[in-house]
Write a protein that binds this ligand. Structure first.
Ligand code: AHR
Length: 489
């Protein structure tokens, strides 16, 4: 029997809402055919941005949006994306399908999108193929309130007042697609570029250095050694692949399910070990680990452009999201910003589109259900889980986290990783006497059930009545392959 103890009167940190952030790149159909329809489209839009998508993302709670890449960021020249759209130069998107980018979605459109969404912008600047001057001028164009060549240009392009921006990435994956640099070389470049990313007109930048990936602890060590005190955040990327044998989002066996979740759970070890390296230089965790790319990476859907990374999304992806958030909550002192890759039509998307149609994926529903944790106090808790075993894969069957919001409501999120069996939990909740328990569950008939344009609601949240709480004694019966959020109020 699984056991769970929650001390509802013992907060251990804050779950920053920014761990529920998103990442949207000029890749495949994320921007074009995703957010951006253009003003003349028959799809209802506001200044070229799709209304149905804005509505859905706002409901789910999107605290920040990282843009324009990704690998694209290090070949993006922002000045190509301003001014009258029909005069903007075109470029080749060499990373993603070699398609022609018309630059119709640029700085002004991005800030308009952020304003429509009510989200904080997170821009990643170009270190790999850009210049210090180019990055300096971009910051000036966006944030300076005085008179200068860049602000004259901004005003000429229709924006009188500067925008505000906090999150600023200085390059992306500069160990790979962003310039194949060694950590020492990038660290020197970071220092140079970051120096010229100025705080104009009261705007305070939160400079995020390009960080490591997977288990490369040396990159983290060098960046902390050389740049600590000059950066406000250090990025980190981890993709948990697609299972053991099958790389398809929907055609897979139970062993792939188990393998996928085992790989997703590795985030816990990686975050812990990168944090330990950071602790050496920053024991107070003043510099967050910014997990600004994470998620599952399956094969593209048959018949789609392989450079577009369009994949379906099943209940397996919902479990990936659920366990990942529980891990972020556990590490809330160090992980304070994170961005799923990517919001629309790319990788582990929350929204898929087909012409006028739009569907919400199982991953969307996890974001929606878990938004109760945003800015809540993470609670002291412990879990003793039974194992879920599939062939040579053994993982804990249950993953959990708990938080208390400003109104005093306690939320417990639970994932049953077991593909076949229900899991019973017996628990104790201290410090929530007399409270009532309600819940929401996301599950599906099969391990690969997904929402399609024909059946958009095959996986959707339902009321959950499998939990009881009497005199602090909690019992929960989690259905197989499920994500549950309980509310104790
Ligand atoms: O999200 C897709 C790509 O994955 C990003 O462009 C890059 O940063 C990472 O390798």
């Amino acid at each position: 029997m699984n056991k769970l103890w929650i001390n509802a009167d013992q907060p251990v940190g804050t779950i920053d809402k920014h761990v529920y952030g998103h990442f949207s790149e000029h890749l495949g159909r994320c921007i074009y055919d995703g957010y951006w329809t253009g003003e003349k489209s028959s799809i209802p839009n506001t200044r070229g941005i799709r209304n149905d998508i804005v509505k859905a993302l706002k409901k789910m709670g999107i605290p920040n949006l990282r843009w324009p890449g990704g690998c694209f960021a290090d070949e993006y020249h922002w000045m190509d994306g301003i001014g009258p759209r029909n005069q903007r130069p075109k470029m080749i998107n060499t990373h993603w399908g070699g398609v022609v980018e018309n630059n119709h979605f640029g700085t002004h459109e991005f800030f308009d999108l952020c304003e429509q969404l009510g989200t904080e912008p997170y821009i990643c600047g170009n270190v790999g193929s850009g210049t210090v001057q180019e990055m300096q001028q971009w910051v000036e164009y966006i944030t300076f309130d005085g008179k200068s060549p860049m602000t004259d240009l901004r005003r000429k392009n229709g924006r009188e007042k500067p925008w505000k921006i906090k999150f600023w990435g200085v390059g992306n994956e500069n160990w790979g697609c962003g310039g194949s640099m060694r950590p020492e070389y990038y660290a020197d470049n970071y220092r140079r570029y970051a120096t010229y990313c100025r705080n104009f007109s009261g705007n305070q930048l939160f400079r995020i250095a390009c960080g490591s990936w997977n288990d490369n602890y040396n990159w983290t060590d060098v960046l902390m050694r050389e740049c600590y005190g000059r950066m406000q955040g250090l990025s980190y990327h981890f993709y948990c692949g697609s299972g053991k044998n099958s790389r398809s989002a929907t055609q897979f066996e139970e062993i792939d399910w188990a393998w996928q979740l085992k790989t997703a759970l590795q985030m816990d070890e990686f975050v812990a070990r990168h944090s330990t390296v950071m602790d050496k230089y920053d024991p107070q965790a003043s510099v967050p680990l910014v997990v600004d790319e994470w998620g599952a990476w399956h094969a593209c859907e048959p018949g789609t452009n392989p450079g577009f990374l369009y994949q379906q999304n099943s209940i397996r992806d919902a479990l990936v999201a659920g366990v990942t958030f529980n891990i972020f909550h556990k590490h809330c002192k160090r992980v304070r910003i994170a961005n799923i890759a990517q919001t629309i039509n790319v990788l582990q998307a929350v929204v898929l589109t087909e012409g006028k149609k739009m569907i919400l994926t199982p991953t969307y529903h996890v974001f929606d259900m878990f938004q109760v944790h945003q800015d809540a106090a993470a609670l002291n808790m412990a879990i003793e889980s039974d194992n879920y075993v599939c062939q040579d894969v053994t993982v804990p069957a249950v993953s959990a986290s708990a938080s208390k919001d400003a109104a005093g409501k306690v939320h417990v999120s639970l994932c049953n990783l077991d593909a076949d069996k229900a899991q019973e939990i017996s628990g104790l909740v201290r410090g929530a006497d007399g409270a009532k328990i309600t819940g929401t569950v996301l599950t599906a008939p099969a391990i690969n059930t997904c929402n399609t344009f024909d059946k958009p609601n095959a996986v959707k949240p339902q009321d959950f009545d499998g939990a009881t709480l009497k005199a602090g004694k909690l019992t929960v019966k989690l259905p197989p392959r499920s994500v549950v959020v309980l509310e104790i109020a």
